[in-house]
Design a protein. Sequence first.
Lengths: 164, 164
Amino acid sequence: MRYGAMVSGAGHNGAKEKFMVFLARKHLRVTAQRQAIVDTVFSTDQHFTAEQLLDWSRQRDPSVSRATVYRTLPLLTESGLVREMDFGKDHKFYDPNYAAHPNHNHIICQDCERIVEFESDKIEQLEGEITRRLGFSLQTQRLQITGRCEELKLRGACQRKRGG
Amino acid sequence: MRYGAMVSGAGHNGAKEKFMVFLARKHLRVTAQRQAIVDTVFSTDQHFTAEQLLDWSRQRDPSVSRATVYRTLPLLTESGLVREMDFGKDHKFYDPNYAAHPNHNHIICQDCERIVEFESDKIEQLEGEITRRLGFSLQTQRLQITGRCEELKLRGACQRKRGG
DNA sequence: ATCAATGCAAATAATTTGCAAAAAG
DNA sequence: CTTTTTGCAAATTATTTGCATTGAT
């Protein structure tokens, strides 16, 4: 059920290739900057902000600009390989794990903002039933739980805060 | 299970009073502007934006300013009577139905953005179990489903789009 | 009286966009 | 060669904030 803790490195099998196919289908061009950005995205399984993506991509190719990052992000979400997330902060987060786990959910610690991703067949099934009963057909789903992690419960506060 | 369709008017029993208690506890003052805003919030069960709230509140009291709306909104969310929602738009939405239904969920039509709210004991229970199993204690929960409503499925497009 | 709350207008900050130059196909 | 993509810097837009004034307690 839990999968967050099992992922050792970034497990994005062929995600880059899928994105290349996506570009090709739309007659979009494969530029050095797009490659740097996509390589960056699929070399981590952490969530990131536009600004972080800019920094990391520039380490691969210093010519990447903020504008290009902001122009590439919608392509990534449109391709379905990355998903935009909102954790109530002033900036958006992006999650590169949707290619591998299209229906995963998030639990976030209130204090340290540690995020654990998990999947649940039972919840998926219930979501489907309810959606159908309300006359809809289900397209996407997002479940976010806020809670108190073990450290927070134990010590009353977390050491490493994640912020951002 | 469904409750969205059952609500006739706004069903916010004593929500205003609760907010007054909240203000009192924090030694905050009851101003005409705050009253106009709160009355507005709890006279609807629709989701609204800051801008809409400003417009509506001004109909009750033209002296309400944008700044005061933006300063009051955090008080409303802090009190737990209203919840900030993100539907992937450029502005936030606020949901006044959390006082009456603290654990309700949303299903949104892809095309017309019609929103149906619903509750599910089974999902709540599963969320609790999973959260516990992952070492957290559950504080808040939000489940958002995107789907295709009957009209969209039937006609391929919805008449009234909601936008915003 | 005292201190919080207000409106206004200026500030902030994430994201978007126009445009001329550079690069992909 | 043609058309897309880029970087830059300026623009946009929701939200926040400083400050002098007003109003609640």
